[in-house]
Design a protein around this ligand. Structure first.
Ligand code: DX5
Ligand code: ZN
Length: 225
């Protein structure tokens, strides 16, 4: 059975205090720290890059789950590998021609390769990356348009999660966007096991309670499915 992983999105943290925010999330029970890397081109927002990952790495041993919302993911592999990123998840929409090279390079730098897809992208587009002899190890299903935290969860994306879970029982399936206590049931029932949550965790008066609720939901759905 795939392990539940709860990954607070550091995009909702106080970036001026990133190290202590990361430590706080780990104390609250986070499994991974989700790092949203945006280039202001693939998405209309600009966030952090390898220098920030490198700085944070000096303060934590945590799994840094990097989500690359960038037009040229290949350019980021080497710097992020050096910086100490753990997971490297690129978007399928911008890697039609070079995903094989990308996956190989990501692995050679000691990172875990993942692929993500925007709401408008059909799930079939990621199948070749899962069926290759050198496959991606995680699929991140976007449940909002990438770019910003605090948006509304799109329940119609759960069809993608269900399709994936049926086909790949032991795959890490991550959902990202609008996840929290009111939407986790749908994602967990569909078969997601990696849960990214930004505003619902950082905006909570008791983030530890939200993290444990998210985890419990995933565990409970796994028992009944
Ligand atoms: C959006 C990012 C998300 C975002 C999620 O493009 O990929 O990781 O931070 O934030 P919430 O949980 O607030 O929707
Ligand atoms: Zn993300």
């Amino acid at each position: 059975m795939v392990k539940p992983k709860i990954a607070p999105s550091m995009l909702s943290s106080d970036f001026a205090n990133l190290a202590s925010e990361a430590e706080r999330m780990l104390q609250c029970g986070a499994d991974w720290l989700h790092m949203d890397i945006m280039d202001g081109h693939f998405v209309p927002n600009l966030t952090i890059g390898a220098p920030v990952i490198e700085s944070l790495r000096k303060h934590t041993k945590a799994y840094l789950d990097c989500h690359l919302m960038v037009t040229n993911p290949l350019d980021y592999v080497e710097p992020l590998g050096k910086a100490g990123a753990s997971g490297f998840t690129f978007h399928v929409e911008v890697s039609k021609d070079n995903w094989k090279e990308l996956v190989q390079l990501i692995k050679s730098k000691g990172m875990t390769p993942g692929v993500s897809l925007k709401p408008g992208t059909p799930i079939e587009d990621v199948f070749p990356l899962l069926e290759d002899e050198n496959p991606v190890e995680l699929v991140l299903v976007m449940t909002v348009e990438p770019g910003f935290g605090g948006q509304k969860f799109m329940p119609q994306m759960m069809d993608k999660v269900r399709t994936l879970r049926k086909k790949y029982p032991s795959l890490d399936i991550e959902v990202d966007g609008g996840l929290g206590p009111s939407t986790i049931d749908m994602a967990a029932a569909a078969g997601a096991n990696c849960i990214v949550a930004g505003s619902s965790v950082f905006g909570a008066s008791d983030p530890a309670q939200v993290i444990s609720l998210l985890r419990k939901n995933v565990e409970d759905s796994q028992k009944t499915n």
